[in-house]
Design a protein around this ligand. Structure first.
Ligand code: NAI
Ligand SMILES: CCCCCC(=O)CC/C=C/C=C/C=C/[C@@H](O)[C@@H](O)CCCC(=O)O
Length: 257
């Protein structure tokens, strides 16, 4: 399915998974607003994207997802520039067990802030045309990563928040689908930071290495493809897509009703 005429916002778009998602959405025809705090990486990516896709289909906005003011201004600018918003990927995340309050602030509060701001533009109840929101959690949102308890907590919270928002959206008639991306290990800057950023749990690095060996390293292309599937398949709402090197599947959660 082509994304021609669709407009996307991706947070943490300059590097790693966010960059891969951005490039795939552009390949499929969407216009993309790239939100990131890393101005240097964003500007060098923008040079590449301008050459490949022209200047009209991309917009870089320097935006820290920890800031309500910056995120509101960035979404407003994206909506004005492209004429509305159809797809939002709340992807920005950090892993640091030392500065764990910041990990909660970016990974959880940033996703909540991004989702609520997105709804102001996308909900059919507030004049939007509906659409889809993909929140990046992790395999660590489904099971424990022992060297990173706070990171694990934020990712479990993203899964729970996104599933609840999907149900809330259906019950309220927002016309917006919500799905969670749960990648296994991906070779990015965040992945490389594990030893320096595990804080008081740095002695558990070997246990992480065992998990890496067990789950393998998943390709960025497979992660981005999972996002595209959840964006384009209109039957997907409230799903969590597990994408590791060995397993690619929608998660089955226990039902208590
Ligand atoms: N690399 C991995 O193994 C996995 C990563 N993830 C998640 O995927 C997402 C992306 O991670 P990676 O691409 O690996 O990381 P990365 O470190 O390569 O890229 C993260 C991007 O987010 C940006 N960013 C960080 N804080 C920000 C903030 N406050 N506001 C706006 N932008 C900000 C960075 O500047 C960077 O461009 C994160 O949510 C991460 O938790 C999930 C599973 C596995
Ligand atoms: C090494 C850097 C970390 C990179 C950041 C990540 O988000 C990587 C994600 C990897 C997390 C692994 C978590 C392991 C979970 C297991 O405990 C297992 O219980 C998960 C099982 C999930 C399932 O089968 O449903």
């Amino acid at each position: 399915m082509s994304l021609n005429g669709k407009t996307a916002v991706v947070t943490g778009a300059a590097l790693g998974i966010g960059r891969a998602i951005t490039e795939l959405l552009l390949q499929q025809g969407a216009k993309v607003a790239l939100l990131d705090v890393n101005k240097t990486a964003s500007e060098s990516l923008m040079e590449v994207l301008h050459k490949q896709y022209g200047r009209e289909r991309t917009l870089f906005l320097n935006c820290d997802v920890e800031s309500e003011e910056q995120i509101k201004a960035a979404f407003q600018k994206a909506a004005e520039t492209f004429g509305g918003i159809d797809i939002v990927c709340n992807n920005a995340g950090v892993l640091n067990e030392d500065t764990w309050e910041k990990t909660v602030s970016v990974n959880l509060m940033g996703v909540i802030r991004g989702s609520y701001t997105a709804l102001e533009h996308m909900s059919k109840l507030s004049g939007g045309r509906g659409g889809v929101i993909i929140n990046t959690a992790s395999l660590a949102g489904l099971g424990p990563l022992p060297s990173c308890p706070v990171y694990t907590a934020t990712k479990h919270a993203v899964v729970g928040f996104t599933r609840a928002m999907a149900a809330a959206s259906t019950a309220s008639g927002y016309g917006v689908r919500f799905n969670t991306l749960c990648p296994g290990f991906v070779r990015t800057d965040l992945f490389s930071s594990i030893i320096s950023n595990s804080g008081r749990f740095s002695h558990l690095t070997d246990a992480t290495q065992q998990l890496v060996e067990h789950f393998g390293i998943v390709d960025l292309a497979d992660v981005a493809a999972a996002v595209l599937e959840m964006v384009t398949d209109e039957t997907k709402n409230g799903e969590a897509f597990l994408v590791s090197a060995k397993r690619k599947e929608y998660v089955r959660f226990a039902s208590f009703v």
